[in-house]
Write a protein that binds this ligand. Structure first.
Ligand code: ADP
Ligand code: MG
Length: 243
């Protein structure tokens, strides 16, 4: 489904990704954990070329892309197969919940307004916010805004959804509703890569947890393997600090 090989990325002299491999199968959920500043966000951003990797290969959905030779058209196709959910929601403030969700359907997929609205309403039901269709983001709680962002990601019918700390900017009491929605998507076999600090959530939802440190994947394993048999003291320390 998605395979990254030997991804490298530097910002000037700062080497951020130092040869990352990641493979995710259809319907699989992988959680990425690790200290801040180790390149987790950069890695997600490289997957859909919000950042251009310096080196490496990305295979997704019949596309076989090499950072050294990738074309604009290939980047466009790549972006159509992936969707990203950010820590900070990134909703359009001057658009309603429904308009936020259908924006890409109308503008990018060129679906007619009536069909887009029907699809948008289905998605609003799925994220449990049917009654908020005409409400603007400023009138929604953080948890509701994030559920709309997830709805917006679902709208493009992506092969894989990339989550970058989707609950980090939420008040603690609003975290649960967002995690529940992501768990529901996992049950429906959505393919997802989730950067998160929520260890118990990662344990529940992820098929595999990847521990990332200093631009590399230090260990990948089932939640049990990572939590009970970490292969590095850095992982042990990180996990004990969180729980
Ligand atoms: P994480 O998500 O694991 O906290 P990031 O991927 O955000 O880590 O950042 C990794 C490193 O790359 C940090 O040192 C950060 O300051 C640096 N970095 C990230 N984006 C940029 C950028 N656009 N320009 C320069 N440095 C960046
Ligand atoms: Mg980050």
């Amino acid at each position: 489904m998605l395979k990254l090989t030997n991804i490298h990325k530097s910002f000037g002299d700062l080497k951020v990704l130092k040869g990352v491999d990641l493979e995710i199968k259809q319907g699989e959920v992988k959680a990425i954990i690790g200290p801040s500043g180790t390149g987790k966000s950069t890695l997600l951003r490289c997957i859909n070329y919000l950042e251009k990797p310096d080196e490496g290969k990305i295979m997704i959905d019949q596309l076989d892309l090499d950072a050294k030779t990738i074309t604009k058209q290939e980047i466009y196709k790549l972006r159509k197969s992936t969707a990203m959910v950010f820590q900070s929601f990134n909703l359009f403030k001057n658009k309603t919940a429904l308009e936020n969700i259908i924006e890409s359907l109308v503008l990018i997929k060129k679906i007619d307004k009536r069909s887009a609205i029907e699809m948008g309403m289905d998605i609003l039901r799925k994220v449990g916010l049917e009654d908020k269709r005409n409400v603007y983001p400023s009138k929604l709680s953080g948890g509701q805004q994030q559920r709309i962002s997830i709805g917006r990601a679902l709208a493009v019918n992506p092969k894989v959804i990339l989550f970058d700390e989707p609950t980090s900017s939420l008040d603690p009491e609003l975290v649960g509703e967002v995690l529940e929605l992501i768990k529901k998507l996992a049950k429906e076999n959505m393919t997802m890569v989730i950067v998160t600090h929520e260890m118990s959530f990662a344990k529940d939802v992820a098929d595999k947890i990847l521990f990332m440190d200093d631009g590399k994947i230090l260990q990948e394993g089932t939640p049990e393997e990572i939590l009970l048999s970490p292969t590095s003291p850095r992982i042990t320390k990180f996990i004990s600090r969180l729980s």
